[in-house]
Design a protein around this ligand. Structure first.
Ligand SMILES: *[C@@H]1O[C@H](CO)[C@@H](O)[C@H](O)[C@H]1NC(C)=O
Ligand SMILES: *[C@@H]1O[C@H](CO)[C@@H](O)[C@H](O)[C@H]1NC(C)=O
Ligand SMILES: *[C@@H]1O[C@H](CO)[C@@H](O)[C@H](O)[C@H]1NC(C)=O
Ligand SMILES: *[C@@H]1O[C@H](CO)[C@@H](O)[C@H](O)[C@H]1NC(C)=O
Ligand SMILES: *[C@@H]1O[C@H](CO)[C@@H](O)[C@H](O)[C@H]1NC(C)=O
Ligand SMILES: *[C@@H]1O[C@H](CO)[C@@H](O)[C@H](O)[C@H]1NC(C)=O
Ligand SMILES: *[C@@H]1O[C@H](CO)[C@@H](O)[C@H](O)[C@H]1NC(C)=O
Length: 913
């Protein structure tokens, strides 16, 4: 539509280009009248609100801005209407009068906005065109086949548009083409074979499209090619051998495709190659042929060799030491094995070395680094490398990045770091280092440092001179560090000291002085004292995890609505007093863990303002009063509500069932009375089966793993990764009375139900079998009576059942799943109950029937089942079909043990990833 001749002026044209080009015009040329009219006609299609075309007036069109004529013939040969930046402008209507400019050899419309219009087919009629630039101009549609008629075209720029469809086979006819740029479009299909006919092509850019298929072997015919960029497409199959014919190739990018096979040895002939990026593919095989080839070049000029994220195997060829121009070598995330060749030490120009995530073994020696004077960044993480230097060896380089996580550097802290004074990133995590930080390390006074020494056995205390360290991220978690937490850098953004033996108080100034602190992770230490109120001044703090320490006193009551706190975890301390009213001011709070403390008083009503709350765990405190009904009315994002083991009284508010997202409701061990609200059958998240394994807190919460203890199956199960799958109601240990409402049987997706130790009366709902996902049902210690409904035996996933200490009567149903419950104690103290597995016979039973299976074995099994759960809690990604699989396993006793072993395998596999 935009290329029709009807002059519908669309918007405006900001044509800064004219300011630059108007001076170059060949002034002496006379203008052809037909061409002048054509230009004027073109002008009518341009919305020139900024009057950039105001010079388009008078007879001499050759002097108009952007127009250039041949000095001898007077024909218009160049039309440059490009917009060199600034706000994108709209020429939406260039009309076919362009065809009158028969001698045009240069047309540039790039940088304008054509609103998704196709490149017009009639451009193919401008057969004198040598330069056609339509980049970044909002073109859509497909590339017209007629473009193949431009047999004199030297340079074609269609990059940065929204062109789709395939590359027409006619591009093979562009015999004069030297440069073709189709990058950053939506082009699909395959690269046409005919491209190999473009014998003058020097630059071919097809990156960032959706081109698939194989690279055509005919690419090898492009003998003039210097630059080939096919990156970020969907190209598959192998690199054709013929690519090795491109002796002039300097720049080759094929990264970000699905290219497999090995790198052909023929590519070792590419002696002019200076930049190869083949990363992010599925390239296999070994590097030997290719590298040895390159090493035979009289002078290999390769600077950048990037092959990371492939499946390359075998050893790193020692001939790599011959590629002496190399500045960057990235072989990370492959399957390389064997030792790092000593010849690497010859690469004196190397500044960036990445061999991470391979299976390299052995000791790095001084020779490996001998001449690496300019090494700036080194990533050897996730290999099995040791560094075997003499005690006083110091590397010749001053690196800014050294990453050696999960190597094998321990047990000594690497002494060769002694003169690395420029480091800004040091990763020594998971290296089995069992040492104290040497004094010299703190004396390096590194600045802007990212430091990760987590998962080692570091001992001793941190020097108080850590102050001179200018750290932005410190992760020393999972070590045996002790002593006080030193005062830290005010620029600190991330501090993880969790799982150590640090003691004493948090330095009060630590939070107050930091304007950047976002993550403060101090859990599982021996810290004590009160929690400093300076945290109320930490404006960027998102995660504050102080769990499992010895903090006492009251919680700070100075929180403000300007704070960004999302996670507050103070669980497992000795904090007392009230829950502060000001907590309700935290607008972004998602997870509140105050469980396992000595908190008293009521739940502050201000908390109803924290609408984003997903988890509230106030269990194991001394809280009292009623459970506020606003929890149900206001906190509609809640997924976990745990108020267990407090002193709450009154009735359960039926409003709780309004929380459509609630999955875990634990009100056990309180003093709650009244009836179980029938509306509890309406919990939406327990009616459907939860199958999403995303973090319950959402993607934006990082550096905190939400976890909740669910008491079920007689165990305390710590759910972390699969918490989003759990559904549980635990109301045990209260004074609840009345009947169990039939409505509860609507909770098809409920996994755990515990109503034990209450005063419920009446019978079990007849339709209990409708809670199909139920795995654990505990109704013990109530006043329940009547027959056990036979539908209970339809609960195929049930693995834990306790009906003891009630007044049930009649025969225990003997359906399929119930037959696996052979432990008579789950029916104990129901005097009128009879039948297997109880010894008491029902009237009319044959006298010889004796329970076959012994109950002793059962306890052991149950523990093992609990252990399974614990592992699953840690197992990222292991989820799909979990519940179903578990159910079948519980039925088949013989397979159960095998299954546990199978799970162990999964777990060890997961921990090795
Ligand atoms: C260009 O035109 C399109 C559609 O007519 C319009 O949406 C866009 O805002 C215009 N851009 C400018 C810079 O005027
Ligand atoms: C052009 O390419 C096609 C397809 O590869 C081929 O069949 C044809 O022979 C080539 N023409 C010339 C002149 O090279
Ligand atoms: C380091 O470079 C020097 C001088 O170029 C050379 O003599 C020596 O052999 C090199 N060392 C290694 C280990 O390659
Ligand atoms: C580090 O130590 C090595 C070996 O003593 C020395 O060659 C190098 O110059 C030192 N670098 C710095 C910056 O001190
Ligand atoms: C903190 O613990 C230390 C022992 O590690 C003890 O000496 C000190 O009194 C404790 N302080 C408080 C406030 O509990
Ligand atoms: C989860 O279950 C719903 C409803 O049964 C279904 O539509 C959805 O596709 C499931 N999602 C996954 C990831 O299985
Ligand atoms: C549960 O597991 C999480 C994640 O490992 C951990 O942070 C938390 O302390 C554990 N909870 C308990 C009570 O052990």
């Amino acid at each position: 539509m935009a290329w029709t001749s009807s002059p519908v002026p669309l918007l405006y044209l900001i044509w800064i280009g004219f300011l630059f080009s108007s001076g170059d015009v060949a002034a002496s040329a006379r203008c052809m009248e037909t061409e002048r009219k054509a230009l004027l006609s073109i002008r009518t299609g341009i919305s020139d609100t900024h009057e950039w075309l105001s010079s388009w007036d008078g007879k001499d069109c050759c002097s108009w801005a952007g127009v250039e004529c041949n000095a001898a013939t007077g024909h218009v040969i160049k039309l440059d209407l490009h917009n060199p930046g600034g706000p994108s402008s709209n020429i939406s209507n260039v009309n076919p009068s362009l065809l009158e400019l028969k001698h045009l050899s240069y047309l540039d419309l790039s940088g304008n906005y054509f609103d998704g219009a196709s490149v017009p087919g009639f451009i193919g009629s401008l057969t004198k065109l040598e330069y056609l630039f339509l980049s970044s101009a909002g073109f859509g549609g497909t590339i017209p086949e007629s473009l193949g008629s431009l047999s004199e075209l030297v340079s074609l720029g269609l990059d940065l548009n929204s062109i789709d469809g395939e590359i027409p086979a006619t591009v093979g006819d562009l015999r004069s083409l030297q440069t073709m740029d189709l990058s950053s479009n939506d082009i699909s299909g395959e690269i046409p074979q005919g491209i190999g006919n473009l014998s003058k092509l020097q630059i071919l850019r097809l990156s960032d499209n959706k081109i698939g298929g194989a690279m055509p072997a005919s690419l090898g015919n492009l003998s003039a090619l210097q630059t080939l960029d096919l990156s970020n497409n969907e190209i598959s199959e192998q690199i054709p051998d013929s690519l090795g014919n491109l002796y002039g190739l300097e720049y080759l990018r094929i990264n970000g495709n699905n290219i497999g096979g090995a790198i052909p040895s023929s590519m070792g002939n590419l002696c002019n190659l200076s930049d190869l990026d083949a990363s992010e593919n599925i390239i296999k095989g070994q590097l030997t042929g290719f590298i040895e080839g390159l090493s035979r070049c009289r002078s290999s000029g390769i600077w950048y060799l990037r092959l990371q994220n492939n499946e390359i195997s075998g050893a790193i060829p020692s001939k790599i030491g011959k590629l002496q121009s190399l500045k960057a070598l990235n072989l990370g995330s492959n399957s390389l094995s064997g030792p790092v060749p000593a010849s690497l030490g010859n690469l004196f120009a190397l500044s960036d070395l990445n061999l991470s995530s391979n299976s390299l073994v052995g000791a790095l020696s001084e020779a490996n680094f001998a001449n690496l004077t300019w090494l700036d960044s080194m990533d050897l993480s996730h290999n099995l490398l040791t560094v075997n230097e003499s005690q006083d060896w110091l590397p010749p380089f001053q690196a800014t990045e050294i990453r050696m996580g999960s190597c094998n550097l321990g047990p000594k802290f690497p002494p060769w770091l002694k003169n690395q004074t420029k480091l800004s990133h040091l990763d020594l995590s998971s290296n089995g280092i069992a040492d104290a930080f040497p004094d010299w390390f703190w004396e390096l006074c590194l600045s802007d440092l990212i430091l990760n020494v987590s998962y080692n056995h570091m001992r001793g205390s941190l020097s108080s001179s850590i102050e001179c360290f200018w750290t932005v991220r410190v992760d020393l978690s999972h070590n045996n560090l002790e002593g006080f937490i030193p005062k830290m850098d005010p620029m600190l953004v991330f501090l993880d000291l969790s799982y150590n033996l640090f003691s004493g108080p948090i330095p009060p100034a630590m939070a107050a002085g930091t304007d950047y602190l976002a993550f403060m992770l101090l859990s599982n230490n021996r810290l004590n004292g009160t929690i400093p109120s300076s945290f109320c001044e930490a404006n960027h703090l998102q995660v504050l995890n102080l769990a499992n320490n010895g903090f006492s006193g009251t919680l700070p009551d100075c929180w403000k609505d300007s704070l960004a706190l999302k996670i507050l975890d103070v669980s497992g301390n000795k904090v007392s007093g009230d829950i502060p009213e000001t907590l309700g001011l935290l607008p972004q709070l998602k997870s509140l863990h105050l469980n396992d403390n000595g908190l008293s008083g009521r739940i502050p009503s201000s908390l109803q303002r924290c609408k984003d709350l997903v988890t509230i765990d106030l269990g194991q405190n001394k809280l009292s009063g009623v459970i506020p009904r606003w929890i149900g009315d206001e906190l509609s994002s809640l997924r976990v509500l745990r108020l267990r083991s407090n002193m709450f009284t009154g009735a359960i508010p039926p409003q709780l069932s309004l929380i459509a997202s609630l999955q875990v409701l634990d009100l056990a061990r309180n003093d709650l009375s009244g009836e179980l609200p029938p509306s509890f059958g309406n919990f939406s998240s327990m009616i459907s089966v939860q199958n999403e394994t995303k973090s319950v807190l959402g993607e934006e919460v990082t550096y905190y793993t939400e976890s909740t203890i669910v008491d079920a199956k007689g165990l305390q199960l710590n759910f972390t990764t699969v918490l989003s799958l759990v559904t549980s109601i635990d109301l045990s240990g209260n004074n609840l009375s009345g009947e169990i409402p039939d409505e509860l049987t609507k909770l098809y997706g409920l996994h755990f139900l515990n109503l034990s130790d209450n005063k419920f009366s009446g019978g079990i709902p007849q339709n209990i079998g409708a809670i199909e996902q139920l795995e654990s049902l505990d109704l013990s210690e109530n006043n329940l009576s009547g027959r056990i409904p036979s539908s209970i035996s339809a609960l195929n996933f049930l693995s834990h059942l306790n009906l003891s200490y009630n007044n049930f009567s009649g025969r225990i149903p003997s359906g399929s799943q119930l037959r696996t419950f052979t432990d008579p104690s789950i029916y104990a103290s129901n005097p009128q109950l009879c039948g297997s597995p109880l010894l008491k016979k029902c009237p009319g039973d044959a006298p010889s029937e004796i329970p076959v299976e012994a109950s002793q074995e059962e306890d052991g099994d149950e523990d093992e089942y609990g252990i399974i759960w614990f592992f699953v809690g840690f197992a990222p990604g292991f989820v799909v079909g979990f519940w179903g699989f578990m159910g079948t396993v519980m039925i088949d006793r013989k397979r159960r043990i095998r299954y546990i072993q199978f799970l162990d395998m999964i777990c060890s596999w997961l921990t090795h990833r």
